[in-house]
Design a protein around this ligand. Structure first.
Ligand code: F0G
Length: 459
């Protein structure tokens, strides 16, 4: 029986609050100039609404804080490890679970173990750290999302899907050079878009045909599963944990950041079926992260993750979560602000290339829009475009597939009035987008330049 009322009630009430600090527009202009127009270089307390990332920024629940008190800090065989292991395997029944301090540590271990120069790793879309970890081994990272997944305005229920023909063609040609096929759920760099079970089954069949393993980059698995229950024929009303287990059953392993859907502030894991590979990965874990029953984590972190895993597959939580992201997207749509369609799970992506047609990709329209949102209203978003992806391993530069600004929504953190304020600021900045400048980079590192590059406005 559907509820008679539309308003989505946050499935929690507030128990402890953090103050926000209000700066003037002049103060913000000075802060961002001093930061070299790189929002990663701001002090977080100079930000009013922080939509830089949904990673590790969610509000933990009462029960997660309580679980922390159960943390057992034994070096080996801690009860907290077994609590964590059971919670992970309840959803992802892989025999080997290797705890890491966050997702990129799992990526580093996996690709160190399996990738090398001359190899190629396909993914629907690599996240930046995933791409960097693949390229660091000398292998090539290739994005094979369906064509609709590269077109911000194309509407498709599963825009994160892998292009099966392109994957088949790549494997027909080079299967021997492909150590793993990765599928990112949801597809973060492509707009937080879900992948269907049908598509995952298609990827699995191709991997089987060529004898290549399939791994999930599963950071936002619960949001992906919720979209499946909303959009995939045959799964209407299915149980979210069942859908997650069905996703896991199609894969040989996973990399994971517990800072996303599991609502922890830190943590991650690598899980897999293959015994030999697991042993090699555990040996690398011991070198860089820690003993296999804690990895890079304290016992208390393992407890918080275990509890978060139970909460993030709750359907009241997921309904609120996905509905509140859509609420922001719908309001921006009504104000004619171009965004990636449909709304993603964890974020709304502004289409800076469409909004700032006077700024060419190599003058970074996404950076320009992100800086303007901070200057206007203290909102910190994240450029996902040519700054993040435009620098190639050989040092040349090319436009990224899209120039987006991601407004990522931390889990259970901001209220609807915070979001209403964001709508007001974005709409105002969009109305004067034609006056926003391009930028040039004045300093940058060789890799992952978006974190530390310094910029200057053009003209
Ligand atoms: N894979 C995906 C799809 C991600 O979104 C992230 C992190 C990682 C891997 C790496 O995990 O941060 O725990 O090392 N994404 C964050 C973001 C940082 O803002 O989207 P990590």
């Amino acid at each position: 029986m559907p509820e008679p009322y539309r308003t989505i009630v946050e499935p929690f009430r507030i128990h402890s609050v953090e103050p926000l600090r209000f700066l003037t527009a002049d103060e913000r202009a000075a802060k961002v100039r001093d930061a070299g127009y790189n929002l990663f270089d701001l002090h977080a307390d100079d930000v009013l609404i922080d939509l830089l990332t949904d990673s590790g920024t969610g509000a933990m629940s009462r029960d997660q804080w309580a679980a922390i008190q159960h943390g057992d800090e034994s070096y080996a065989g801690s009860p907290s490890w077994f609590t964590f292991l059971a919670a992970v395997q309840e959803l992802f029944p892989f025999p080997h679970v290797i705890p890491t301090h966050q997702g990129r540590a799992a990526e580093k271990i996996l690709f160190t173990a399996i990738a090398a120069p001359g190899m190629v790793v396909p993914n629907n879309t690599h996240f930046d750290t995933t791409r960097a970890n693949v390229e660091f081994t000398g292998a090539e990272a290739v994005d094979l999302v369906i064509p609709q997944g590269r077109d911000p305005s194309a509407d498709h229920p599963f825009k994160g899907n892998m292009d099966l023909d392109a994957l088949d063609a790549l494997l027909a040609d080079r299967a021997a050079d492909v150590p793993v096929v990765m599928v990112t759920v949801t597809n973060n760099s492509g707009g937080g878009q879900p992948v269907s079970l049908e598509n995952l089954r298609g990827v699995r069949a191709i991997c089987d045909r060529y004898g290549v393993p399939l791994f999930l980059d599963a950071c936002r698995f619960a949001e992906n599963a919720w979209f499946i229950t909303l959009r995939e024929p045959g799964y209407e009303g299915a149980s979210v944990p069942d859908v997650v287990r069905e996703m896991a059953a199609l894969a040989d392993g996973m990399t994971m950041s517990a800072k996303k859907d599991p609502m922890a502030n830190i943590g991650g894991w690598l899980a897999l079926r293959d015994d030999d590979l697991a042993e090699r990965c555990r040996n690398l874990l011991i070198l860089t992260e820690g003993f296999p029953t804690y990895g890079g984590l304290a016992g208390r972190d393992l407890e918080a993750i275990a509890q978060g895993l139970r909460e993030c597959v709750d359907e009241h939580y997921l309904r609120y979560r996905i509905r509140s992201t859509a609420y922001l997207a719908e309001a921006l749509d009504a104000a004619d602000v171009p965004t990636v369609k449909p709304a993603g799970g964890h974020a709304v992506y502004l289409d800076a290339r469409a909004l700032l047609p006077h700024v060419p990709p190599l003058a970074y329209p996404g950076q320009s829009l992100a800086v303007a949102l901070y200057e206007a209203g203290g909102i910190r978003g994240c450029e996902i475009g040519t700054v993040m992806f435009g620098l190639r391993p050989d040092g040349t530069e090319a436009p990224a597939a899209m120039d987006l600004v991601r407004l990522a929504i931390p889990r259970r953190t901001y209220t609807q009035s915070h979001v209403d304020y964001v709508i007001e600021v974005v709409t105002d900045v969009a109305s004067r987008a034609s006056s926003l400048p391009g930028y040039r980079i004045v300093e940058q590192p060789a890799q992952l330049r978006h974190f530390t590059a310094r910029f200057e406005p053009l003209g």
